[in-house]
Design a protein around this ligand. Structure first.
Ligand code: APR
Length: 308
């Protein structure tokens, strides 16, 4: 099999850590690209130089030229500005819209058959920007948010119950923002719903901490998170490159599913070599449906501002 190629656009915190996790797992050769000169080259070289010690031989390329990204299997877009304390993801809208649009145009010219994973925030509006700009089929334009939000929820459940996070599955639906919809009924410890294990007040507290999970990190670091976001991206990259058919919450373009039409929102999907191979519709209670609709409305408002 030919070596696989993943391009990561944006060699900042999220991009560089993503590159690191991809080569650590020997998933593919990686091209890091950024507008800043020297940074992608320096980080790629530094990562290549840890290969002999870590035991990977993935090829690493750092560049400012999209020609080097040609024929990538997957392109991960992390380019953009991150949050500062007090900012919501939505405050990044206009700046990151211009960046994601420009990046997507370049990516598409050079890798017309790639699968796009969008990470820049506000996530749902940015993935929709990439979808419209690329004119790719919807299966090949995917947003990363749900895996991260679920990982945060799983972490908090694990801390609360003092059990291994390996045993914990959690689902978070909706937009990647304050209105996201963690689903306790579908969040389990070795198959046992957490609603059987924890009182409602505790679950409510963990749900709120999950919603505020990004902001909690921003308050501490004065910029947004990168380790867990990179892990979430790489789980999706692995599912696609290795055709794993994993069921993961991702931002997908909905056409009627969950009563939502013509926009990106986080839902459970099956990820394999073709990208989004299926959107899975689970039954929701009235309350959960209402929360998802509210979240979709928040996304719609943002998407309306940039007109994508
Ligand atoms: N093309 C390529 N790279 C760009 C462009 C562009 N047009 N514009 C900005 N960049 C690069 C910056 O030079 C920087 O190296 O994107 C990188 C962003 O890195 P950081 O500032 O470290 O931000 P990071 O924490 O990685 O977050 C990136 O992901 O999680 C989201 O909200 C976050 O939107 C933000 C994005």
């Amino acid at each position: 099999m030919a070596r696989r190629k993943v391009t990561v656009v944006g060699a900042g915190n999220v991009g560089a850590t993503t590159a690191q996790r991809i080569v650590d797992k020997q998933l593919a050769d990686v091209v890091l690209i950024d507008i800043v000169e020297g940074v992608p080259q320096g980080k790629a070289l530094d990562l290549a130089e840890s290969g002999p010690v870590e035991g990977y031989d993935s090829k690493l390329t750092g560049t400012n030229n999209y020609k080097d990204t040609a024929n990538s299997d997957i392109v991960v877009i992390t380019a953009g500005v991150p949050r500062k304390p007090g900012m919501s993801r939505d405050d990044l809208l206009k700046t990151n819209y211009e960046i994601v649009k420009g990046v997507t145009e370049q990516v598409v010219k050079n890798s017309p058959n790639c699968i796009l994973i969008v990470v820049s925030n506000p996530l749902d509006a940015m993935v929709q920007t990439a979808f419209r700009t690329s004119e790719f089929p919807k299966e090949r334009v995917i947003g990363m948010a749900g895996v991260l939000d679920s990982a945060r929820f799983r972490t908090f459940i694990g801390m609360e119950l003092n059990v291994s996070v390996e045993n914990i599955h959690a689902f978070v639906l909706g937009g990647h923002g304050d209105t996201m919809v963690p689903l306790p009924r579908y969040s389990t410890v070795s198959g046992i719903p957490i609603t059987e294990l924890l009182p409602k007040e505790t679950i409510d507290r963990l749900v709120q901490r999950t919603r505020d999970g990004g902001a909690e990190i921003v308050a501490l670091l004065k910029t947004s998170a990168w380790y867990a976001p990179a892990s979430a991206i790489v789980e999706m990259v692995d599912a696609i490159l290795n055709d794993r058919k994993k069921i993961l919450p991702c931002a997908a373009f909905l056409e009627g599913q969950y009563g939502i039409n013509g926009m990106y929102v986080g839902v459970p999907v099956k990820l394999g070599s073709k990208g989004i191979e299926q959107i899975i519709e689970i039954t929701l209670t009235m309350e959960e449906k209402a929360a998802l609709q509210k979240s979709a409305a928040a996304v719609k408002e943002l998407v309306g501002i940039i007109g994508v």
